[in-house]
Design a binder for this molecule. Structure first.
Ligand SMILES: Cc1cc2nc3c(=O)[nH]c(=O)nc-3n(C[C@H](O)[C@H](O)[C@H](O)COP(=O)(O)O)c2cc1C
Length: 143
């Protein structure tokens, strides 16, 4: 059994969320995650987030507990929490995709904020989008 773990969640940015705050979040995330051996991906479109955290169970849980009480977002909804075989984003302490930069010319990207905003989250759709970022057509947009 692998001792690697992941948490995937979606959330909505608070109304007063400013674009510059994403930069601050990524700065803190990369600093802390590097220290804790966490890697992952943060998708954002200014209104919603979809984040994948991967690492040891303890590190992932501790980090997620800090994130979920962050006042910059709300409606934090866990899509998956469980073991993984290997890291999908090992190159990134926290990879970032700012969807608003790509969504008009990349079919499919638009759906993410719709998914995050929905009450009846469709886990299969989330999973298939993540796969596109893990090893599919969207991976080139991770920075
Ligand atoms: C959408 C979102 C994603 C975040 N992702 C991370 C993360 O991956 N790692 C992390 O340490 N903090 C993350 N944060 C920030 C934490 O909530 C918290 O502000 C930060 O960890 C505090 O770190 P500091 O005490 O070093 O400033 C995130 C916050 C938000 C709103």
């Amino acid at each position: 059994m692998s001792d690697l773990f992941e948490i995937v969640y979606v959330s909505q940015a608070n109304e007063d969320f400013l674009p510059g705050e994403l930069f601050k979040i990524l700065e803190a995330a990369r600093r802390n995650n590097t220290r804790k051996g966490i890697t992952g991906l943060l998708l954002s479109d200014g209104m919603s987030f979809l984040q994948i955290l991967e690492g040891s169970e303890g590190a992932v849980d501790t980090t997620f507990n800090r994130i979920r009480t962050d006042k910059r977002h709300r409606n934090v909804t866990v899509v998956r929490r469980g073991p993984i075989e290997s890291r999908a984003f090992s190159e990134w302490a926290m990879g970032s995709v700012q969807l608003e930069r790509f969504k008009d010319h990349v079919p499919g990207l638009k759906q993410i904020s719709e998914i995050a905003a929905r009450e009846d989250l469709d886990f299969e759709r989330v999973r298939s989008l993540i796969t596109d970022f893990q090893r599919g057509r969207f991976r080139q947009y991770v920075e």
